[in-house]
Write a new protein. Structure first.
Length: 240
C-alpha cells in the first residue's frame, strides 16, 4: 500500500516508524518536516525528480511524498466493544458509507476530537484504502478502526450490555441538543442517500437530528458524524 502526502507520512513516521518500508521524496520541494521526522526515526529516504512521481504515482496529488507501507490493519471488534464498555471510547458505526473521501474525513475528524473509535460493515462500505489514508491525513494512527459482519447484531449485542445506541435520523427524532447522551454509548451514521437501514434503526435506543436552521438540505456523512460526536464530547467536557 502507498501512503501519499506530507501530513499522512509525517504522522505515520511519528506513530509507527517501523511500518515505513520505503520513503520517496521529491527533489527541490519544501519537505523539511518529513525529512526531520525521517531522520529522527532513522528512516532512509530516496530523493527523486518530479518526473518519477508523475510516472509512478498515477496522477495522485502526492505533495512530493510517497511511502510504501503494509496493508491497513483493522482493530479487533472485541477490543472496540471493550473500550466502549469501559468508557474509553465511543464507537461510531457507519451504515452504507461507500465514499472513500467521506470515510477519510470521518477518520480524520474523529481522531481530532479524541475518545472515539470506528466500526465499518464488511460489505456495502468503503474500506481503508490509499484514498482514505490520504484524506485521513494521519488520523488512522490515533483511532481504532474495526469491522463487523453484521452491524445490527453487533448493536443488539452491546445494547444487551447496557450501551445506549444513538443514530442520526432526520424524521421522528429529537434535537441532539435536547437529547440525553449517556455513556457508555454507540453512534450510528447512515449514508447520505438512504440514511440508516430499517434493520439497524430498530436497534437504536435514541434517534437524534442535527439542527439545520439554514437551507433545507442535509449534512453529508462526515459532517454529521463530526457534529454529533462534537456534541458528545462537549457533554463530556462540561460534565467533567
Amino acid at each position: 500500500m502507498r501512503l501519499y502526502g506530507k501530513n499522512p507520512v509525517a504522522e505515520r513516521i511519528k506513530a509507527d516508524p517501523g511500518s515505513i518500508k520505503k520513503l520517496y521524496l521529491q527533489k527541490r520541494t519544501e519537505l523539511s518536516e518529513v525529512v526531520r521526522e525521517a531522520k529522527k526515526a532513522g528512516i532512509a529516504f530516496v530523493s527523486v525528480e518530479r518526473s518519477w512521481f508523475d510516472k509512478n504515482c498515477g496522477g495522485v496529488h502526492s505533495q512530493g511524498v510517497m511511502a510504501e507501507v503494509p496493508e491497513f490493519e483493522y482493530a479487533q471488534l472485541s477490543q472496540v466493544i471493550s473500550d466502549c464498555l469501559e468508557n474509553v471510547s465511543v464507537p461510531v458505526f457507519l451504515d452504507g458509507v461507500t465514499d472513500p473521501q467521506n470515510l477519510g474525513s470521518i477518520i480524520r475528524n474523529l481522531a481530532c476530537l479524541g475518545g472515539f473509535s470506528l466500526v465499518l460493515p464488511e460489505h456495502r462500505s468503503a474500506g481503508v484504502n490509499e484514498t482514505v489514508l490520504r484524506v485521513a491525513s494521519g488520523g488512522e494512527n490515533y483511532i481504532k478502526v474495526a469491522r463487523t459482519v453484521n452491524t445490527a447484531t453487533t448493536l443488539k449485542r452491546i445494547k444487551d450490555k447496557g450501551v445506549l445506541t444513538a443514530g442520526a435520523v432526520l424524521e421522528e427524532s429529537r434535537n441532539v441538543l435536547e437529547a440525553d447522551l449517556i455513556l457508555p454509548m454507540a453512534v450510528v451514521i447512515g449514508s447520505e442517500g438512504k440514511g440508516i437501514r430499517p434493520g439497524i434503526l430498530k436497534n437504536l435506543d435514541l434517534k437524534v437530528n442535527l439542527p439545520m436552521p439554514g437551507a433545507p438540505l442535509s449534512y453529508n456523512a462526515a459532517v454529521a458524524a463530526s457534529l454529533l460526536c462534537y456534541e458528545i464530547n462537549r457533554r463530556r467536557w462540561t460534565n467533567g
